[in-house]
Design a protein around this ligand. Structure first.
Ligand SMILES: C[S@@+](CC[C@H](N)C(=O)[O-])C[C@H]1O[C@@H](n2cnc3c(N)ncnc32)[C@H](O)[C@@H]1O
Length: 471
């Protein structure tokens, strides 16, 4: 590969749907981080692909009027809140446009246009879950390197540096999660240092403390989960008891042992240490029990608004069977259960399914049932003899970012529900799936919902109706 280029005095022409600024030196597209349309910038290319390149600005000669000062001291190095240089109302304006463009370009959906985006009331401290990592060698800022000081203790607890799985930024104040999140991280770091516990090094694959997950709720219940590298129950209990003593708001504490090289906690069990086993979140009239390993929407306030869209859009009859696919702890199905005859949820994390059943009991919804398994496999059998899942009238889909497997699309077409409501956290994969369904389902309406201020991520709900006369 040839030398990576540096371009001078380039005008940023537009933003693409992943938030990159577009410049076109020599007619070739370069996607540039951290710039805004109308700005004149010098660009250093950092990666080159077949038809496009990626780069970073080295100098901004002309600034956009929309540019704002980042509020966080870690901006630029931390992998979170990467859009702080644009005010929140302008972020929303762009997100609304991105959804329309992506659905048109990748999904062929030109009509209807998306409805105006539902923004957040709170554009900071909106997350209910954060994952912090321990590291023995914290990331040094360029200023620290320039000062040339001898920093012998580099133990850190914080977030991964942008694009670096192996480097951790020692986070001071984080603006993502409400109190007592910052206090928990600060106290956890102090306890780890006071006891001289070893911090995990992923390259050497050694060191005891790997991660700390903090979950908060609108009901003020707080869960912490300590992730350690080897089976040390006494040490985990000592750590968590001391942490709960220092931060009395903690209501639930667990640890997970992850001896593997990757950070996937899926295969590893959570061990309860103190307080309650689960925490409870409120979502309108629902009370949801959240287990340490269950997925729940990370922005609780917006989850309620997202689910309200689904509820209002359901074209439901009292005898309908609703299939809630990728149901997590059953939250969407339970939120709409009183509008249908039966809710059937499918989810592959066993603990989440157990949580969904518990939530059905907690909210007194005997008409909801939940099945553990891969959506692809359970759907292939659905509606056939011996399957616990019958033919649905209505389907709600809320897949992970990768979207829906082509086989799942085929099974949905075979099962032919009259309405599919597709909730997505990645409009580009949603657009691909809408295109695959388009022969049988027409898009009736689209609602972008912002769950992730200060980032380019967008949640989007699409209402699909079965076309008349297709078989
Ligand atoms: C975006 S979350 C949605 C959860 C839930 N609907 C909610 O609102 O909280 C996606 C869920 O799908 C589950 N999941 C991912 N792939 C799956 C698969 N192939 N089969 C079953 N569940 C899956 C994940 O464990 C996760 O709980």
């Amino acid at each position: 590969m040839g030398r990576l280029k540096h371009y001078e005095q380039q005008e940023v022409l537009d933003l693409d749907y992943q938030g990159y600024g577009i410049v076109k030196p020599d007619g070739r597209v370069v996607f540039v981080e951290g710039v805004l349309p109308g700005e004149i910038v010098d660009v250093r290319v950092t990666r080159r692909r077949k038809n496009v390149s990626f780069g970073v600005p080295t100098t901004i000669h002309r600034r956009s009027d929309l540019r704002t000062a980042p509020f966080c001291a870690h901006f630029g190095e931390c992998g979170g809140c990467t859009w702080q240089y644009l005010g929140y109302p302008d972020q929303l304006r762009y997100k609304e446009r991105f959804v329309a463009e992506v659905l048109e370009r990748l999904g062929g959906v030109t009509d209807p246009r998306p409805l105006p985006i539902i923004g957040c009331e709170r554009d900071r401290f909106y997350r209910n879950k954060l994952d912090f990592s321990f590291s023995p060698t914290r990331w040094l800022s360029s200023e620290e390197i320039d000062r040339g000081e001898d920093i012998s203790d580099r133990r850190a607890l914080g977030f991964h540096v942008k694009g670096r799985y192996d480097r951790v930024l020692d986070v001071g104040t984080c603006y993502l999660q409400p109190d007592p999140s910052n206090a928990i991280r600060t106290q956890a770091r102090r306890i780890a240092r006071d006891h001289s516990y070893s911090f995990h090094d992923p390259e050497r694959h050694e060191g005891l403390l790997r991660g700390l997950i903090v979950r908060t709720t609108e009901t003020d219940e707080v869960m912490v989960i300590l992730v350690i590298h080897e089976e040390r129950p006494d040490l985990a209990a000592t750590f968590l008891t001391e942490l709960a003593g220092a931060v009395p708001e903690i209501t639930s504490a667990h640890y997970i042992v992850n001896p593997s090289r990757n950070d996937d906690l899926g295969p590893h069990q959570a061990h309860h240490v103190l307080g309650t086993n689960v925490i409870h979140e409120r979502c309108a009239a629902l009370r949801l029990a959240i287990h340490p390993k269950s997925f729940y929407q990370t922005n609780s306030r917006q989850a309620e608004r997202l689910y309200t869209v689904v509820r209002e859009w359901l074209d439901a009859a009292a005898s309908d069977i609703l299939l809630d696919l990728y149901c997590g702890i059953g939250s969407i199905g339970l939120f709409v259960a009183d509008r249908v005859g039966r809710v059937v949820g499918v989810e592959y994390v066993e603990e989440a399914v157990a949580g969904a059943r518990l939530n059905a009991q907690l909210n007194d919804v005997p008409s909801a049932e939940f099945h553990a398994g891969d959506v692809r496999e359970l759907l292939a059998a659905a509606g056939r003899a011996g399957s616990p899942i019958g033919r649905p009238d209505l389907v709600v889909l809320d897949p992970p970012r990768a979207g829906v497997h082509p086989q799942v699309i085929g099974e949905l077409i075979r099962l032919a529900p009259r309405q599919i409501i597709y909730v997505s956290c990645k409009p580009s994969t949603q657009a691909r799936d809408l295109a695959a369904l388009s022969g049988h389902y027409a898009v009736e309406r689209v609602q972008p919902v912002d769950m992730f201020p200060q980032t380019f991520h967008i949640e989007c709900v699409a209402d699909l109706r079965r076309r008349a006369g297709v078989t």
